[in-house]
Write a protein that binds this ligand. Structure first.
Ligand code: GLP
Length: 241
């Protein structure tokens, strides 16, 4: 794992966007895995800024999001479908057909998971995956204890994850209790991974990730075994490592 230490959130966002844009501009076809949450918002803003200045083409890009809440409709302001559209897609001229997010409203969740996993496979896999990290080490919505062999599946969200994400909802009770997420295996298959971390809230997770052992009790730890992962983290997040 390569660690790039940056000053702050802004520099982290710029570095990651720069890296992604270089790939986007130099590839004839690219499958990008995308994340939600507060962390990647700055990267998306940089991509939008670049698009408005340079009209970078995304016609050769397919995107696959990590996860989606179960039970939220696409137009729900807290669905990841809505998040991606508002924070990125509608600003960079990328069509709905190019973007993929698990459906949180398909009643047959098992079929939805299988279809999503197959869609990634049939597209040729993910070339570049963007990741955030939960304080408990979750990636996507893979909570501690998830098998490293897991593929796209349904998860019961940890109380700590629901509490951390409650800031986006009116009330804690409104945070869904389940989600569909790419599995650890699905994520690990990505040819290249960029993990972002910023701020004090991620300090403990960075200590575990960089100094701890590889264990299913800390899902992100598997990235230590990945051949091509870059961690871009700011000073605050790395304090203590
Ligand atoms: C959420 C998402 C993850 C994200 C993580 C950290 O639960 N499912 O994909 O990386 O939590 O979120 P944040 O970036 O807001 O700290």
């Amino acid at each position: 794992m390569k660690i790039i230490e940056v000053k702050d959130y802004e520099e982290m966002s710029k570095k990651a966007a720069e890296y992604m844009l270089k790939k986007i501009k130099s590839s004839s076809q690219l499958n990008i895995g995308l994340a939600t949450g507060g962390t990647p918002k700055g990267v998306y803003q940089e991509l939008i800024k670049d698009y408005s200045q340079n009209k970078t083409s995304y016609t050769h890009i397919k995107t696959f999001n990590l996860d989606e809440y179960i039970g939220l409709k696409k137009d729900d302001p807290n669905s990841y479908f809505h998040y991606m559209n508002e924070n990125l897609f509608k600003h960079i001229g990328i069509s709905v057909e190019q973007t993929h997010i698990p459906s949180g409203t398909n009643e047959n969740t098992v079929a939805e998971c299988e279809a999503y996993e197959n869609m990634i496979k049939n597209a040729g896999g993910i070339d570049l995956q963007l990741l955030g990290i939960g304080a408990n080490g979750h990636i996507g919505f893979n909570e501690p204890g998830t098998s490293f062999q897991s593929k796209t599946h349904v998860v019961d969200l940890a109380d700590s994850t629901r509490e951390a994400n409650a800031r986006f909802f009116d009330r804690l009770e409104d945070v869904p209790k389940q989600a569909i997420t790419m599995g650890i295996h699905t994520i690990f298959q990505s040819k290249e991974i960029i993990l972002l971390a910023s701020g004090k809230a991620k300090q403990q997770a960075m200590v575990e990730l960089l100094n701890g052992e590889v264990t299913e009790l800390f899902p992100a730890s598997i990235l230590n075994n990945h051949p091509n992962t870059i961690v871009i983290a700011d000073e605050e997040a790395l304090r203590g490592v």
